[in-house]
Design a binder for this molecule. Structure first.
Ligand code: ATP
Length: 567
């Protein structure tokens, strides 16, 4: 027996550097060019400062050569900055687009059980918020790269001006960097905790939007949700972030103070230092100038911390969905699916959901069931007996942990599972109604017939190849889902409690007209139902209890009764 899927633990994603290199690899030429241009711009700025300092101390004023150098450096500074901005922006947005595509593709191809286990709100937080954080960072990246180059260039110039003074500055920088490293460590923990709370917040947002009706009629729950969950989580995120920012801001203040201390020391000791006026003034000008880029770099640290967390979350999501199903996007010229299938058989099929600590384990099977082509099988049983789980296995949405599914005697395995799934049309109990289903010209007339038949003709039409609206009642939306299933023309139809939302008259139409018509059309029908009034229309009724099929009743008289027009 295959073990149940591993419970989501904390996978260690690839290192951030490796992840960044992987993402940048397709755009390496532009990335390198942008970085080189940014570095050139930054270094040219530092050189400019040195040139200005030299020009200011020339006894006979700036020479033509020096002015030419000044002009050239200005051009390099500006041109480098523009090229770096454009290049980094381009690379950054391409990386973000690639991340979005990669993640969407991974979710599209991930085994259904993994998606169900990971939880929708966690997926959406990463898809929206984490990727937005990375996107914002990529816009600011160019400025940071230039600031870094200016800082390096300025400190190189300081070293040339006075090795002794630059040692003093280096000691101050080392102390400042240590302070920042400490701050970053503490601050990042705070941002990490805030990011965890964002998942929770997303869950509460879903509750206030999707559960708005329930909340409106239940004051106690509304209050609890607002005060104990929503506001508490929002405030926790605020507090964690403010605390983390405070740590960073204190480190910033510490850094600024160190700067002024170094400048103060230079001023105080200017007579004792054996450096000339050009050296001292150059030193102070450069230190004062470099404070800007250095502050820019330091202020970016919280953002850098958040981006690191976002990249890690994206990498974790990627890792969680790192085992895609095979061939979910074959070439368009893939073979057409067969119009008819013979038998579908489950042989010794077992499945158990992975459980969280403390939760009871549900075990389905072993299930042995054979469904013949053109048969109408009802799957019945109490709530939680495993009917939906069974059809998810039958549809190839879950892989059996033990046993096998056979189509016309051939095993359904990873390589052919997606082809197998194309044989089915389904309307799940928690179905999703796609509102943009495109209907070709040939299908439009057919769709109109089905819409009439399902008493939707007065509400919905096919306009420009699409259904005109999906703003319908619950029962009507389910009828529209049935129209989709009709138009799909797949050989096997699976309905999970389709009739549960229908009025009694239409429920009767469904069981005594629509299902028999589909059967006459040669379709195989698998129907989950609690409507025992209509069990007799089925060819066979499989009763489930506690994860097993406990009996299968054949109903040879059902067709005769239908023919006689009795329900
Ligand atoms: N995604 C899941 N993760 C963990 N357990 C699950 C999951 N889906 C269903 N279960 C558990 O499996 C059992 C069977 O659920 P299933 O939906 O198959 O029952 P059902 O017969 O279709 O019920 P109903 O008639 O209420 O629709 C239940 O105990 C349920 O808690």
């Amino acid at each position: 027996m295959n073990p149940p899927e591993p419970v989501a633990s904390d996978p260690r994603p690839a290192s951030l550097l490796r992840e960044a290199v992987r993402l940048l690899r397709p755009f390496w030429k532009v990335a390198i060019l942008a970085t080189v241009m940014g570095a050139a711009s930054g270094l040219a700025t530092a050189w400019l400062l040195a040139t200005v300092n030299r020009a200011l101390h020339m006894p006979q004023g700036a020479t033509a050569g020096l002015l030419g150098l000044f002009a050239g450096l200005c051009v390099v500074t500006i041109a480098g900055e523009i090229a770096s901005d454009l290049g980094n922006g381009l690379v950054g947005q391409n990386v973000v687009a690639k991340l979005r595509k990669d993640l969407s593709e991974k979710i599209l191809s991930a085994p259904i059980a993994q998606i169900e286990r990971f939880r929708v709100h966690r997926i959406t937080t990463t898809l929206n918020q984490d990727i937005d954080t990375i996107s914002t960072f990529t816009f600011g990246f160019s400025g940071l790269a230039i600031a870094m180059a200016i800082t390096i260039g300025c400190f190189a110039y300081l070293a040339v001006l006075s090795p002794l003074l630059s040692l003093l500055a280096a000691a101050a920088i080392a102390l400042g960097s240590w302070g920042h490293a400490m701050a970053r460590q503490r601050g990042r923990k705070g941002f990490e905790a805030a990011r965890d709370a964002q998942d929770e917040l997303q869950r509460h947002y879903r509750a206030i939007t999707e559960g708005s009706k329930e909340l409106r009629i239940n004051r106690d729950r509304r209050r609890t949700l607002r005060d104990a969950y929503l506001n508490a989580t929002i405030e926790r995120i605020r507090d964690l972030r403010v605390r983390a920012m405070r740590v960073f801001m204190s480190a910033n203040a510490f850094g600024s103070a160190l700067f002024f201390i170094v400048i103060g020391v230079v001023l105080a000791l200017q007579n004792k230092l054996s450096a000339g006026a050009p050296v001292l003034s150059g030193f102070v000008i450069v230190l004062l100038y470099v404070k800007g880029p250095l502050t820019q770099l330091i202020s970016a640290l919280p953002m850098l911390g958040q981006t690191q967390i976002a990249i890690r979350r994206v990498a974790e999501l990627s890792l969680k969905f790192a085992n895609p199903e095979a061939d979910l996007f074959p070439a368009p010229a893939a073979p057409a699916r067969p119009e008819q299938v013979g038998s579908i058989e489950l042989r010794g099929v077992c499945y158990a959901y992975p459980t969280d600590a403390g939760a009871g384990m549900f075990q389905l099977g072993p299930i042995d069931l054979r469904i013949e082509q053109g048969e109408m099988l009802f799957l019945v049983g109490e709530n939680g007996s495993g009917k939906t789980t069974l059809i998810k296995l039958l549809l190839g949405l879950y892989e059996p942990q033990e046993g096998i599914v056979l189509l016309d005697g051939e095993p359904v395995v990873a390589d052919n599972r997606d082809d197998y799934r194309q044989l089915f049309s389904t309307v799940f109990a928690d179905y999703f109604l796609f509102d943009d289903v495109v209907v070709g010209p040939a299908q439009a007339a057919e769709a109109a017939v089905y819409l009439e038949r399902l008493e939707l003709g007065h509400k919905v039409s096919v306009t420009d190849g699409r259904f005109s609206t999906t703003d319908l009642s619950t029962g009507q939306r389910k009828r529209l889902a049935l129209v989709h299933a009709y138009l799909d023309k797949r050989p096997v139809l699976v309905f999970d409690e389709w009739a549960a939302d229908q009025d009694p008259a239409f429920r009767r139409v469904f069981y005594t007209e629509i299902l028999p018509d589909l059967k006459r059309d040669g379709r195989t029908l698998i129907v989950i139902s609690h409507d025992d009034r209509y069990f007799h229309v089925a060819d066979r009724v499989a009763h489930m209890s506690d994860g097993r099929i406990v009996s299968v009743e054949s109903q040879p008289g059902s067709l005769r009764r239908l023919a006689a027009g009795r329900p």
